[in-house]
Design a protein around this ligand. Structure first.
Ligand code: HEC
Length: 217
């Protein structure tokens, strides 16, 4: 009997790990080997990781919750969104459209001032006199980015107060953004990825903007 294996399964390449320490010892007769390859570090897992793994081992006699209910709830709470929103963006894609606004703000100096205000929102180095002047013009931006600059998911306008920048950082980048605008499209992934893959990706995407580790349960 032949079993039909789908092409996408056949196409999966097995992971090729680095050479194990034992093999290197046998080959070269070395005793003192420090391994830095393949994401392995010479210190081993940290104590918090070991604790989390020990706790997880106690639950391995049960199947885990495949829908990741707790994970989604934690992500949503951390990001201040509904759990469905991260998944929806990945599945359906989105188009972000920021119009050129230099003229609406006024002179080149006005644009620079607003850029300085944006820098101040995210706690970056900025010229506080210019930032204060720019603040008075931020109303033009607030329509999409919100009065507090925290963004608006519905129109795809990003949070300007965090340290997460799609297009780079600094006065000249922000001035360019204001003067030229930006149309950016994220293609829909639903036809390429299954629901489970989208969930895993959602967790991965979330980790970009949250560099500090989330504590265990
Ligand atoms: C009509 C809605 C709209 C208005 C008004 C608007 N923006 Fe945006 N802005 C967006 C969108 C949408 C994006 C994301 C574009 C993308 O997906 O790349 C964006 C992106 C940005 C970015 C890049 C953020 C990053 O992560 O790199 C900056 C900076 C920015 N806007 C500043 C401003 C400033 C300053 C103003 C006011 C002068 C303003 N925006 C007005 C919609 C708007």
């Amino acid at each position: 009997m032949t079993i039909a294996i789908p092409d996408h399964i056949l196409a999966i390449q097995p992971y090729v790990p680095g050479k194990p320490i034992e093999e290197l010892q046998r080959e070269l007769g070395l005793t003192d080997i420090v391994k830095l390859a393949s994401n392995e570090n010479p210190y081993g897992p940290g104590t918090r990781v070991l604790d989390a793994m020990r706790r997880a081992l106690e639950d391995t006699w049960l199947y885990p919750d495949g829908s990741g209910h707790q994970l989604k709830r934690k992500l949503a709470a951390k990001l201040g969104v509904e759990p469905a929103q991260i998944i929806e963006t990945l599945a359906k894609g989105w188009v972000g459209n920021m119009p050129p606004l230099g003229a609406a703000l006024g002179t080149a100096d006005d644009v620079k001032n607003v850029a300085q205000y944006v820098l101040s929102l995210s706690g970056g180095p900025h010229d506080s006199v210019r930032a204060a002047l720019g603040k008075s013009k931020f109303g033009v931006c607030a329509a999409c980015h919100g009065n507090d600059g925290k963004g608006n998911q519905a129109v795809g306008a990003p949070n300007l107060t965090d340290d997460n920048w799609l297009h780079g950082y600094g006065e000249s980048v922000i001035v360019g953004m204001i003067n030229n605008g930006k149309v950016n499209q994220m293609p829909a992934q639903a036809d390429k990825l299954g629901p489970a893959q989208i969930q895993v990706l959602a967790a991965y995407v979330w980790s970009f903007s949250n560099k500090t580790a989330v504590a265990g349960k």
